[in-house]
Design a binder for this molecule. Structure first.
Ligand code: GTP
Ligand code: MG
Length: 200
């Protein structure tokens, strides 16, 4: 069993030069606006309102850092930072604001030393597009560990789920069992264990 011993908001950054000092290993949740990043932070931390979620895309507009102490399966506790990133691919705030966000996110994933693992969120109802594949490539080039998390799996029935997961895996050149799953009532133990194994 995964026990969350503590989870707290640490700080937010709206500009690249505002990032907190490098430190504990960081696990970043990256994905299109509305893909469920903030919701997944809350689920991973067993908290309802640690990260702000919204039905309206473009809600998270800064990098938000959450400190988590987690105890996996009676092993020693581990400390890490979950980073909730602004979503990309959403331009309601005007092109310049949207591209600034994209730069902030791109700068963080290309340069942050403490960043160890990228969780790339992919809505179960969509196949990955250029942006997702570019993030996968960037992670590979930097030698960062990456996990694809298929979100909102509860929106699909069993047949759609089989088909959807196969299509998503294929686009990433992964196997179906490489994908992690998130959704209402979904056990996040497997995702937590995967994250902890990758944050060495
Ligand atoms: N059914 C279902 N809805 C979900 C799930 N995860 C997120 N949602 C909903 O999707 C919407 C967007 O969720 P957020 O967590 O705010 O998405 P986000 O990726 O943080 O979005 P931005 O901050 O705008 O980039 C909200 O209405 C959530 O309730 C899920 O697993 N199942
Ligand atoms: Mg968000």
């Amino acid at each position: 069993m995964i026990v969350i011993k503590s989870a707290e908001f640490l700080t937010a950054a709206a500009r690249p030069n505002n990032l907190p000092p490098e430190g504990l290993p960081e696990v970043a949740l990256i994905g299109r606006s509305n893909s469920g990043k903030s919701t997944l932070i809350n689920r991973l931390c067993n908290r309802k309102k640690l990260a702000v979620t919204s039905a309206v895309p473009g809600r998270t507009r800064q990098l938000n850092f959450f400190g988590v102490e987690v105890r996996p399966d009676k092993e020693a506790s581990r400390e890490l930072i979950l980073v909730d990133l602004p979503g990309y691919g959403y331009a309601k705030y005007g092109k310049s604001s949207a591209s600034k966000l994209d730069e902030l996110v791109a700068g963080y994933i290309t340069r942050r030393e403490s960043l160890k693992v990228i969780c790339l969120l992919n809505d179960a109802r969509r196949t990955p597009q250029q942006e997702e594949l570019a993030i996968q490539r960037l992670a590979f080039e930097r030698g960062l560990q990456m996990v694809v998390v298929v979100t909102k799996i509860d929106k699909l029935n069993r047949r759609e789920k089989e088909k959807g997961l196969a299509a998503i895996a294929k686009e990433y050149h992964l196997e179906k069992f490489d994908l992690e799953i998130s959704g209402k009532n979904e056990d996040l133990g497997p995702l937590w264990r995967r994250i902890l194994a990758l944050v060495c």
